[in-house]
Design a binder for this molecule. Structure first.
Ligand code: GRF
Length: 202
């Protein structure tokens, strides 16, 4: 049976598009997009999702406490029988009730080689620190910030003349490929988790 995927976004949605297009092209055979959820009605990704005929839902915060807001999202996801949740530029931390409702079934992509440079300003941190290599990470989401078990990583060089924008663009290009590869592994269930390590079945 196909795994039903929800993708949560807050903005432009390029990773969402990469995943949706990969699934539409058959690159992840046992997956289907159930729903795209945004916490922001202005998210550019919503229109890109609609253009692809994908179902969308907007669950605005409206001043709700984090947990109340998350419970609304959980209800929407459950009503769409979602198996896996992919965070793709979703700019809110998840509350424990969300993690618990989908434990081991939430993925996130982050634009650095975690555990270096967690948080929302990864490119700025990388340039400030002066690293020569950065990259991107797809990981399971647990109760920690950007520290859940790592599914896949890819490195990119940091060039002497890089700005946040040029570095972000180089990393983003790899994010789109990496997220698709990592989601395929999780959909296929071809891994086990040993301690913090996600070990791929050979
Ligand atoms: C990406 O860089 C992702 O790693 C980070 O937020 C950005 C979202 O970009 N979590 P997009 O909305 O997928 O284009």
């Amino acid at each position: 049976m196909n795994k039903r995927i929800a993708i949560l976004i807050s903005g432009r949605g390029s990773n969402m598009v990469a995943l949706a297009d990969a699934i539409a092209s058959g690159a992840i055979p046992d997956a289907q997009i159930a729903l795209i959820v945004s916490d922001k009605p202005s998210a550019g990704g919503l229109q890109l999702a609609r253009d692809r005929g994908l179902k969308t839902a907007v669950v605005e915060r409206r001043g709700l406490k984090r947990e109340e807001h998350d419970r609304e999202i959980i209800a929407v996801l459950q009503s769409h029988e979602v198996d896996l949740v992919c965070l793709a530029g979703y700019m809110r931390l998840l509350s424990p009730c969300f993690i618990e409702a989908f434990r081991g079934r939430i993925l996130n992509i982050h634009p650095s080689l975690l555990p270096s440079f967690p948080g929302s300003d990864a490119h700025e941190q990388a340039l400030e620190h002066g690293v020569k290599v950065s990259g991107c990470t797809v990981h399971f989401v647990d109760d920690t910030l950007d520290r859940g078990p790592i599914i896949a990583q890819r490195s990119v060089p940091v060039l002497d003349n890089d700005t946040e924008e040029t570095l972000a663009a180089r990393i983003l290009d790899q994010e789109h490929r990496l997220y698709t590869e990592a989601l395929k592994v999780v959909v296929e269930g071809s891994y086990k988790i040993v301690g913090r390590r996600v070990i791929r079945d050979c």
